[in-house]
Design a protein around this ligand. Structure first.
Ligand SMILES: Cc1ncc(COP(=O)(O)O)c(C=O)c1O
Length: 446
């Protein structure tokens, strides 16, 4: 696959994609939306090729899944070899080694200097549901605290925990009970303020007030959060605030669930984003990049908590599919051998350097932020009012794909562009993607 300019051969969508789009519209409901109106034929590392032969640089990585790039040969080979031996037995019926090997790898890599155990499910939302089940079981408490702007999936409990209404919650209620949302220290849109240079929300009284007005602390089983909010608009958790959350939780016997589904597996420059915060959650959920492109998710937690659940209390038919386990093990090896955590740090620094430069010239770029290769660009009507500008994001996303670059939208107000390129992206492709992005942003600028 060649990697140079002039890779768009047709208008976007091209004739073959348009024909498929027509079939899609007849066969698939509108709700199962697509961001980019093209159908993909093949993909390799950070490039996608559509059915009309147009080549796109991928700054979305299947929503943060392809950390090791598309169709990494080691991942494909591992999955294919496993598929040729057997495709499925159900681990809860007759077992297989790759499941255990992947659980061992997670127990070793997930932050926390204590014995851990892991089991697998099929999707991020399912992992979140399972972590909540475990927290409720072991504490005997019903309530869960999540954060405004957070995202935890689309199942009933996942969407109930989610703190973003559109498109995830509107019309789908009633939500699951005993879920409470705490305000988030979203510094660009700070709901409280700073005093003496310190986040005013990073205060024990502030959190205690929440328990006094929303739900009693002794009723709370767990607090769940993303170390860097993804869908909410790439908002890194305030480090001081998080320390206070951990301390208050410990005081009240509340468990901590870290949702590392988007931040995990090298994305933020460490294996897991919690390493940046120096604290370890009781339960950690991972998915997305875990399978190197195959669907698998995991719940990892303190062994003493995980072992409290009675035999047969957790699991599912397809959980820990053998090909996905083999692919996951291969993806971990690829990450280790290619120092992809370090590479994520390098990518992030370069992306934010370029975009902060761009921000100087573009008043509607309100904020550029992120951690490792996880970057958000927040668009506003003007820097003074900071009113969200989702229209600009919609237009820029379209101009990007028409020029051969795939980017994602995010943010509770739909006004953030989120960049999650594969960590294996070569420097020249990264630079080319950034140039396309700049060009797409500057088009309407006076
Ligand atoms: C932080 C976070 N949690 C949970 C989920 C849900 O994962 P899935 O789509 O695999 O159910 C996602 C997916 O985007 C996510 O980013």
């Amino acid at each position: 696959m060649k990697t140079h300019f002039a890779r768009i051969r047709t208008e976007i969508p091209g004739p073959k994609s348009r024909a498929l789009l027509e079939r899609k519209q007849k066969a698939v409901p509108v709700g199962a939306y697509h961001n980019v109106p093209v159908f993909i034929e093949k993909a390799e590392n950070a490039l996608l090729v559509d059915v009309d032969g147009n080549v796109f640089i991928d700054f979305a990585a299947g929503i943060g899944v392809l950390n090791v790039g598309h169709t990494h040969p080691r991942v494909v080979q591992a999955a294919a070899e496993q598929l040729s031996r057997f495709t499925h037995t159900c681990f809860h019926l007759t077992m297989y080694e790759p499941y255990v090997a992947l659980a061992e790898a997670l127990n070793q890599k997930i932050p926390g200097d204590f014995p851990k155990k892991t089991y697998f499910v099929n999707s991020g939302a399912e992992a979140v549901e399972n972590a909540v089940k475990i927290a409720r079981y072991v504490t005997g408490r019903p309530s869960i605290v999540a954060f405004e702007h957070g995202f935890h999936g689309r199942t009933l409990l996942g969407m109930s925990l989610t703190g973003k209404v559109m498109p995830y919650k509107k019309g789908f209620g009633p939500m699951a009970p005993e879920v409470y949302h705490m305000p988030l220290p979203y510094c660009y849109r700070c709901p409280v303020g700073r005093k003496n240079g310190r986040c005013c929300m990073a205060d024990e009284d502030h959190i205690s007030n929440y328990f006094a007005t929303h739900v009693p602390a002794e009723q709370v089983a767990a607090i769940i959060f993303e170390p860097v909010l993804g869908e909410g608009g790439i908002i890194p958790m305030d480090a001081e605030f998080l320390q206070v959350v951990f301390d208050v939780a410990k005081k009240h016997g509340i468990l901590i669930i870290a949702d590392e589904i988007q931040t995990g597996w090298g994305r933020t420059g460490k294996w897991f984003a919690m390493e940046h915060f120096g604290r370890a959650a009781d339960l950690t959920v991972t998915a997305k990049a875990l399978g190197g492109g195959l669907p698998i998710a995991a719940v990892t937690g303190r062994a003493e908590l995980m072992d409290r659940i009675h035999a047969g209390g957790i699991g599912s038919t397809y959980s820990g599919n053998p090909a996905a386990c083999a692919a996951g093990l291969a993806a971990i090896r690829v990450m280790e051998e290619n120092n992809l955590c370090e590479r994520a740090g390098h990518i992030g620094r370069r992306v934010r350097e370029k975009l902060t430069e761009l921000q100087q010239r573009v008043p509607i770029i309100g904020d550029v932020r992120g951690m490792g290769a996880m970057t958000g660009v927040e668009f506003v009507l003007d820097p003074e009012s900071r009113k969200p500008n989702p229209e600009a994001v919609k237009a820029i996303q379209k101009r990007c794909y028409e020029r051969g670059l795939i980017v994602l939208k995010a943010g509770s107000f739909g006004n953030v562009i989120r960049l999650l390129m594969p960590l294996t992206i070569p420097d020249d492709i990264l630079e080319e993607g950034l140039m396309i992005f700049e060009d797409a942003v500057l088009q309407d600028m006076p």
